[in-house]
Design a protein around this ligand. Structure first.
Ligand code: FAD
Length: 447
């Protein structure tokens, strides 16, 4: 018997268990056939930001970052939280105008003050190394190349402007997850290595959870935190969760020549781009049936340094093709992924260009962004009494984990929910106005 059974020991399930223990519910079992944090939660770029296009996501992320800051203080920053920010860039004056309009809208929706800079940008306050305290909130908007390149000299001279979102940065997701799990375990939660195969009901209430090894736990509360298997586990409580899964890959690049600026924030190229393949390379790509890489590729190539000042590693990501599929493993990835990402990054940071001719050592991993149509998570009650969901964390599960775990735990514990909690509950789809508004969402904030 357990007060709550959580299905899944990814960052969502672990955060839910942790926040349950903080809410005074310590009789919690977290079940997963895999070792904790090993399916999607160890594949992320480990970045976070409060800079989102909707008030709903801004409020969720603000709460999550507030909790992250608190846990960083409490743990002696066991998970290496920094506040280096996200730097969105463009080489196109028209895009800069829309960047300015979007920045004003995000600021107005609660993402913090907007400071604009031109020329020397003397009022700009740089990030403080690996510290996260006392950083400016909101964003710095650079309206010309001179101001940007004064503070970020490693950028291409094609860049005409950019936005540095400041309540943002990265952390170690593994260390965060393990710290939350250790705290939850110390408070009484237990982890069992088992697959949930059925959820039993007594009329309209949760009664018990059955496992693949034939064992069973009686419980009145069940949390579906199954990540890419959210929909399948949702079926066990008779609910069809409106999610689908997209492949997302990440390249770790061994920058053995030290070309990737170690002081860089997360750098994001907001423009579509066409890569500069040589004539021979273009012919080779055509011969290999890869003419898709010769055309204009979408915006969103991004990357950041990984590790400390002496680390040779950098990360690069770019979903130049969307691949929605039923989650299966191993996840198919493009054999040319690292090379394409590196070439994309070299357009932003020209110092990387020599790697086009001699690709450095690279490692690719991939996971699924399991997401709703509008790219907002599902966190709250769903289906029979005592059943909850904590998932659809798409490409923001590390940054949102603390807030969504807290929402679900508060719901189970009968605590007072914040006034924005309904934006993340499944019941939002019962509102015809909400559903009608989904078609109008053109920017989901996804990277
Ligand atoms: C390439 C990439 C980059 C990313 N970058 C970022 C980033 O920079 N910042 C950010 O915030 N997020 C990022 N993300 C997203 C983030 O990694 C995910 O949103 C997050 O890890 C999802 O966590 P989860 O707990 O929902 O799922 P998972 O980590 O997949 O955990 C789900 C767990 O449920 C278990 N499970 C499934 N079915 C059952 C069952 N029947 N019984 C028991 N257990 C079950 C699975 O074994 C698994 O361990 C990125 C993701 C990818 C792929």
């Amino acid at each position: 018997m357990a007060r709550v059974v959580v299905c899944g020991a990814g960052i969502a399930g672990i955060s839910t268990a942790f926040h349950l223990t903080r809410a005074g519910i310590t009789d919690v079992v977290v079940a997963d056939p895999r070792a904790p944090l090993t399916l999607t939660s160890d594949k992320s770029t480990e970045c976070y930001r409060n800079w989102w296009p909707s008030e709903a996501m801004i409020r969720l992320m603000r709460r999550s970052i507030e909790l992250l800051d608190g846990y960083a203080r409490e743990s002696g920053n066991a998970f290496g939280l920094n506040r280096k920010g996200y730097l969105y860039l463009t080489a196109d004056e028209t895009r800069l105008e829309s960047m300015v309009a979007q920045a004003r809208a995000a600021s107005h929706a609660g993402a913090g003050p907007l400071r604009t800079h031109r020329g020397k940008a003397e009022a700009y306050v740089a990030a403080q190394g690996h510290a996260f305290e006392d950083s400016p909130d909101g964003a710095d908007l650079f309206l010309d190349a001179a101001s940007l390149r004064r503070h970020f000299p490693f950028l291409s001279d094609r860049v005409v402007g950019g936005l540095h979102a400041r309540t943002a940065g990265w952390l170690s997701a593994q260390q965060l997850g393990m710290w939350l799990l250790e705290q939850a375990s110390a408070a009484g939660a237990t982890f069992v290595k088992a697959e949930v195969v059925a959820v039993e009901q007594d009329g309209e209430r949760i009664k018990a959870v059955a496992f693949g090894d034939g064992s069973r736990i009686t419980t009145a509360a069940f949390v579906n935190a199954a990540g890419p298997h959210l929909r399948r586990v949702g079926g066990m409580v008779g609910v069809d969760l409106p999610v689908e899964s997209e492949v997302h890959a990440k390249a770790a690049l061994r920058d053995h020549l030290g070309y990737f600026p170690r002081e860089a924030p997360m750098v994001i190229w907001n423009d579509p781009q066409q890569l500069d393949w040589s004539r021979e390379e273009s012919q080779y790509l055509r011969d290999e049936g890869r003419a898709d890489l010769l055309g204009i590729l979408p915006p969103g190539c991004h990357g950041r340094p990984e590790g400390g000042q002496d680390s040779p590693w950098a990360l690069g990501l770019w979903e130049y093709h969307t691949n929605v599929r039923e989650p299966t493993w191993p996840i198919p990835t493009d054999p040319l992924y690292a090379e394409v990402v590196l070439r994309g990054l070299a357009r932003i940071m020209p110092a990387l260009a020599p790697y086009r001719d001699a690709l450095p050592e690279t490692a690719i991993d991939a996971g699924y962004y399991t997401k709703t149509r509008e790219n907002r998570p599902l966190a709250g009650p769903v289906g029979p009494a005592g059943s909850y969901v904590c998932g659809a964390l798409s490409g923001f599960g590390i940054m949102a984990a603390c807030a969504v775990g807290e929402l679900v735990a508060q719901g189970i514990a009968g605590g007072r929910l914040p006034d924005w909690a309904h934006w993340f509950e499944m019941s939002r789809y019962d509102d015809p106005d909400y559903v009608a508004g989904l078609a109008a969402i053109t920017d989901s904030g996804q990277l």
